[in-house]
Write a protein that binds this ligand. Structure first.
Ligand code: ADP
Length: 362
């Protein structure tokens, strides 16, 4: 069931339209990752979903309530949701008082506050700091205080806006573990924005890619990584090869795509004749000698043109009519004894050649 349903959301600041016709549906109990480059509108969308600010137009229903028509219910709705921001907001007071604050506003009894604050601090592993001054804690600990301040109010939906962007890897892992547990054990619905693809992949059941104020694609992270719908998404998810080509024939689920005189087989759906081949660098294998032929595999000789170490991998560009960028492990590069001008064999599985419609760049 959809717990949030956003339709054609638009938002402008002055003359700048930041969100254009955003459609998004969040299912109850899921972790949805909003990934996208900085400035693509992720924070703005989260603020709108959390009812911190209104959209200029569009429909937004939360818990089945139409937030546009039922403006009078915003406070009620906001109390069922919580947001954690990129920079931890803590006050110069004890950790206990920081966490208790939201409950005091709601007029909760002292005994209940005491119990809930202790539970929330336990959930983020900060029980021993209950009396410490929040501002004396490390950045990662402050973020956990901020998170327990949100959790103490038992939100049904938790929004996290780049929650670990300023944190070290250990604090990041701690926050991620807490979020996963809350989702699993309390069935909390989570929407997390991140520019960190790997984080989206680790945490989210489903990912929405935001590009230039629009949700460009939603799906399982595997799908987004291997089957990006267009060039912008392909670039954002780090695809090294986007090669214009033309489908020259098709049979038995295999398309032959011609690019600069080279024919490459694709075993993915064909969106038309003029296409871009999207091939991840790690799906291109290099060999010293001609390997055995496997069905539906592309296999051809090529010349190494550049070798660029980007530890722990090496980016190797080979020329075979068109240029292809392969990503190999440093160990593999050493075993192959790669050097400029070297002749190698290239193999690519036909199912690793994803096709998208070619859009003429203006
Ligand atoms: P992201 O979270 O993906 O980095 P944001 O939602 O923060 O993106 O920002 C999207 C765009 O909206 C940016 O160009 C940003 O400068 C602009 N923007 C965000 N908030 C405001 C605001 N309150 N006033 C003016 N411009 C804003």
């Amino acid at each position: 069931m959809a717990i949030i349903e956003a339709h054609q959301i638009r938002k402008s600041y002055g003359n700048l339209e930041v969100l254009h016709d955003v459609d998004l549906s969040v299912r109850e109990g899921e972790i949805l990752g909003l990934i996208g480059p900085s400035g693509s509108g992720k924070s703005t969308l989260l603020r709108i979903l959390d009812l911190i600010e209104p959209p200029n137009s569009g429909k937004l229903s939360i818990f089945g309530i139409d937030t546009v028509k039922d403006h009078g219910r915003w406070l009620d709705l906001r109390r069922r949701m919580g947001m954690l921001f990129q920079r931890p907001i803590v006050f110069n007071a004890s950790v206990y008082d920081n966490v208790a604050m939201g409950l005091r506003y709601r007029g909760t009894s002292r005994d209940d506050i005491d119990r809930k604050v202790k539970e929330a601090l336990e959930a983020v592993g900060l029980s021993r700091y209950v009396k410490s001054r929040a501002t004396d804690l490390s950045g990662g600990e402050q973020q956990r205080v901020a998170l327990s301040r949100v959790l103490v109010t038992d939100p049904e939906i938790l929004f996290l806006d780049e929650p670990t962007a300023n944190l070290d890897p250990t604090s990041t892992a701690t926050i991620e573990a807490i979020v996963t547990r809350l989702n699993r054990e309390a069935n909390m619905t989570v929407v997390i924005s991140t520019h960190d693809l790997a984080q989206g992949q680790r945490l989210a059941h489903r990912v929405g890619v935001m590009i230039e104020g629009m949700i460009a694609q939603t799906g399982a992270s595997r799908e987004i990584f291997h089957e990006p719908k267009d060039r912008r998404i392909a670039r954002f998810v780090g695809v090294q090869n986007i090669i214009p080509g033309r489908v020259v024939s098709r049979s038995d689920g295999l398309a032959v795509v011609e690019a600069r005189g080279k024919q490459i087989l694709s075993a993915t759906p064909t969106p038309g004749e003029e296409v871009d081949m999207v091939i991840r660098g790690e799906d291109i294998s290099l060999h010293r000698r001609e390997p055995g032929f496997e069905e539906a595999e592309n296999l051809f000789p090529a010349t190494v043109t550049t070798i660029e170490p980007t530890a722990p991998f090496v980016n190797v560009t080979v020329h075979c009519g068109c240029d292809l960028a392969a990503l190999v492990t440093a160990r593999r590069a050493e075993t192959l004894g790669l050097h400029d001008g070297m002749q190698v064999w290239v193999s690519i599985q036909a199912k690793a050649v994803h096709l998208i419609p070619r859009v003429q760049s203006g």
